[in-house]
Write a protein that binds this ligand. Sequence first.
Ligand SMILES: NC(=O)c1ccc[n+]([C@@H]2O[C@H](COP(=O)([O-])OP(=O)(O)OC[C@H]3O[C@@H](n4cnc5c(N)ncnc54)[C@H](O)[C@@H]3O)[C@@H](O)[C@H]2O)c1
Length: 270
Amino acid sequence: MAAETPVETRGNHVSGLLEDRVGVVTGAGSGIGRATALLFAREGARVAVVDRNLESARETTGLIEEAGSEALCIEADVSNEDEVARMVDDTVARFGRLDCASNNAALGAGFRPLTELDRVRWERCLAVSLTGVWLCMKYEIPAMLASGGGSIVNISSLSGMNGQANQAAYAASKGGVIALTKTAAAEYATRGIRVNSVAPGGIETPGMAAYFEAVPAVRDATIATHAMRRLGRPEEIADAVVYLCSDRSTFMTGHVMAVDGGIQINAHDL
Ligand SMILES: NC(=O)c1ccc[n+]([C@@H]2O[C@H](COP(=O)([O-])OP(=O)(O)OC[C@H]3O[C@@H](n4cnc5c(N)ncnc54)[C@H](O)[C@@H]3O)[C@@H](O)[C@H]2O)c1
């Protein structure tokens, strides 16, 4: 008779995907960042909730605490190097380590042709949406190395993969985030740090609502580009971020995961 294969018994304990981890989420006061911070906590992580808008960061922190998890509220502008350094220092001081990060804060530059874009808007968009991601990684990576490794998920966009008419600065910043993600992944692949990106399609967030309000015709046109003929929910992006931060994706690095309701399969009505 063949020997019985030993079965690992784990009892009834169901642990979250980020049990005992410490995470940081930027732009966590709204939309995708808030949904990500809430899911980090639900999956067992202690979370630093970072936003330049303190009031909205406090709201997210309150929601996490009400649900019985631990969160640290941090007011920081990701384009400011001193504030980013403090964000990481404060997180490690409070929780003792850093394991995962979603660099999510970003800013558009309005909706206009590139010839009508002024330099101030261009530079502010790049400063937050691209330089901000680099600054976050610059300080997160040493803290993760000191913690024995980690996983970073930078939020890019379909516009960073395909370009987007009337969104030159934003699309360029997101294209930059994709290149930066792959570069960081290459630099730290052998040192226990994975770096991936999630590229959302159109997602119903306060940020997106403001854009649709400014240019109402864009809403239906945007929906029509999705094969599923709907916008996504912030929670659907958070699920992908948590997966990439977790041990369910240990052989993935330098990957750009589109979560886009089928924009790329070009299933438009003929
Ligand atoms: N909503 C979409 O359809 C969509 C699509 C593709 C990509 N994205 C990306 O997803 C991410 C989140 O988007 P969202 O729609 O949830 O945005 P949102 O505008 O609803 O929230 C963004 C949050 O980031 C914060 N923030 C802005 N600048 C900051 C700064 N300098 N420092 C710190 N915090 C700052 C804001 O205060 C806000 O709380 C962004 O990177 C965005 O580019 C969104």
